[in-house]
Design a protein around this ligand. Structure first.
Ligand SMILES: Nc1ncnc2c1ncn2[C@@H]1O[C@H](COP(=O)(O)OP(=O)(O)O)[C@@H](O)[C@H]1O
Ligand SMILES: Cc1ncsc1CCOP(=O)(O)O
Ligand SMILES: [Mg+2]
Length: 267
């Protein structure tokens, strides 16, 4: 049975704790508010355990790392695991440097993630599949994206969400293929990071069926972008940046169902 995720988020306003990057923190907080969730952006190691007791999900985003932040991520991740709340990883630009790879390896070793969300370049790096990522952007590659999603899910025993022109979500066996979205998404910074946080909010509503929760989160988000882009000229990226927030605020479960283009393969 499909839950009414957006309605539930608005009824319960789940607190989503984000340790995220300096580029997108404000935008992600606004996006979560627009959706109906309650964001808290907090990095201080001293408050990680207290926040795990109050929060309904934790999102770890490695976009602008430093060693202090990494220490907080490890404490926050372990505390969230102890509390039994879902933890999402966004491995921003993980292919770019050895430091990012080392940090992600340590996080994956010490923290159990419910979901990992990244673009194809980032997820290919985690899957060990060849890809030419470009910094925080997906770049290009000839690898099989379905295989990338399945490999990440199997390797880390989580739901893997590979975003892009088509999103692929996998639990290791099944793969949901989502063709909603708009080419304006990669023209604004923070659109992937906000999706990671939205996944956290959907998992807060339904941790039991995390494949469904992540698939629904990615579908709803892509539909929101599609609707926001409809009234815009192709290069109105600034309008899209704000319009996506308005669209998330106006979205409801019925609209998502009407607009969804999702196919589940395998399993
Ligand atoms: N060319 C595209 N056409 C349609 N949707 C896209 C396109 N590129 C990205 N998206 C959407 O943008 C959102 C963010 O994904 P992505 O751009 O892959 O993240 P990131 O910013 O981490 O690279 C997802 O909802 C994805 O479906
Ligand atoms: C540009 C940039 N540099 C470090 S983090 C970041 C933001 C990346 O955001 P997104 O992956 O959502 O585009
Ligand atoms: Mg990203």
């Amino acid at each position: 049975m499909q839950l009414h995720y957006i309605e539930k988020i608005r009824q319960t306003n789940p607190l989503i704790h984000n340790i995220t990057n300096i580029v997108v923190a404000n935008y992600v907080a606004n996006g979560l508010l627009a959706l109906g969730a309650s964001p808290i952006m907090a990095d201080a190691v001293e408050e990680m355990e207290a926040l795990a007791k109050l929060s309904s999900a934790l999102v770890l985003n490695i976009g602008t790392l430093d060693s202090v932040k990494v220490a907080s991520m490890l404490v926050a991740g372990k505390a969230a695991n102890q509390q039994g709340i879902p933890v999402v990883l966004d491995p921003v630009g993980v292919g770019a440097t050895t430091y990012r790879q080392q940090v992600v390896a340590e996080l994956l070793q010490q923290v159990k993630f419910s979901a990992i969300r990244g673009n194809a370049g980032e997820m290919a790096q985690l899957a060990g599949i060849d890809w030419q990522a470009k910094g925080v952007d997906a770049g290009s590659g000839a690898g099989d994206v379905v295989l990338i999603a399945q490999t990440v899910a199997q390797r880390y025993q989580c739901i893997a969400a590979v975003s892009g022109t088509t999103d692929y979500i996998s639990d290791g066996q099944q793969v949901a293929k989502i063709t909603n979205g708009t080419a304006m998404f990669p023209k604004i910074t923070g659109s992937g990071c906000l999706l990671g946080a939205v996944i956290g909010a959907f998992l807060a509503i339904n941790q039991q069926n995390s494949f469904q929760a992540v698939t629904q989160a990615c579908t709803a988000y892509a539909v929101a972008g599609e609707i926001a882009a409809k009234s815009l000229q192709p290069t109105q990226y600034g309008q899209f940046y704000l319009g996506l927030l308005d669209s998330l605020a106006q979205l409801d479960d019925q609209k998502v169902t009407e607009c969804a283009r999702v196919e589940v393969i395998g399993g």
